[in-house]
Design a protein around this ligand. Structure first.
Ligand SMILES: [Zn+2]
Length: 189
C-alpha cells in the first residue's frame, strides 16, 4: 500500500519539475542522483547570491545537512534557474520565512553575528527551518534548533539525532519532488 502510493507520486513530481522549468532546458531527472540514494532523495536548490559576506557560511551549513541526511540534499541553484530557497543578508535578527517544506527565504541577520553567534550554526539552523524543523527552545548546544538559547559560545552546527530523524521522515513521506501544501510561516530566530 505504502509503496504503491510512493510509485504513483513520482509522475506527479516529474510533471511539477517540467512545469517549473517550462521554456528552459530541463534538468536531468532523478536518474542522475547517486545510485545509493535510489528513489527518495529530493534536491532543494538555494540561491546565496544575496548572502554577501555569509556565502561561505551558507555553503558550510548546506554541507552539514548534506552529510547529516539522505532523503534531501541542498545544492546551489543553476544559473538562470529559480531556487527553492533564497538567502539574503540584512541587518536584522536571523529569521526564515518558510513557504512550504523545502522552500522559503532566509534572512541572514547581522545582528546576531555582531553579538558573536557562530555563522555556520546560524546557517544550518535557518536551513533546518527550511527543512521543516521548528525552534526547540530553550535547549542545549547539542540541539541545532535550540538556536540562540544555547548561548554565544555554542558553535555546534550539527543537528542531533532527533532533528535528523524528523527531516528524514518529512522528506521520506513526501517523496521526491512532492511538496505538501503549507501555510507560510515566519521563524523569528
Ligand atoms: Zn529558529
Amino acid at each position: 500500500m505504502r509503496s504503491s502510493k510512493f510509485v504513483r507520486a513520482l509522475p506527479a513530481a516529474v510533471t511539477a519539475v517540467l512545469a517549473l522549468t517550462a521554456g528552459q532546458a530541463v534538468a536531468a531527472p532523478a536518474s542522475a542522483a547517486p545510485a545509493e540514494h535510489t528513489a527518495a532523495a529530493r534536491t532543494v536548490t538555494y540561491d546565496a547570491s544575496g548572502a554577501a559576506e555569509f556565502k561561505d557560511a551558507v555553503a558550510k551549513g548546506a554541507a552539514v545537512w548534506n552529510e547529516s541526511v539522505v532523503n534531501v540534499q541542498l545544492k546551489p541553484v543553476a544559473s538562470g534557474q529559480r531556487a527553492n530557497v533564497r538567502i539574503i543578508a540584512d541587518n536584522g535578527w536571523p529569521r526564515t520565512l518558510s513557504t512550504g517544506l523545502g522552500s522559503g527565504t532566509i534572512y541572514f541577520g547581522r545582528e546576531a553575528v555582531d553579538e558573536g553567534y557562530n555563522t555556520v550554526r546560524i546557517s544550518s539552523h535557518e536551513l533546518g527551518h527550511i527543512l521543516g524543523l521548528p525552534d526547540m527552545k530553550p535547549g542545549p548546544c547539542s540541539s541545532l534548533m535550540s538556536g540562540s538559547t544555547a548561548g554565544v559560545s555554542c558553535t555546534n552546527p550539527n543537528p542531533n539525532a532527533a532533528e535528523k530523524a524528523e527531516v528524514e521522515d518529512s522528506f521520506g513521506l513526501v517523496g521526491a519532488g512532492a511538496t505538501a501544501a503549507a501555510t507560510p510561516r515566519m521563524y523569528r530566530d
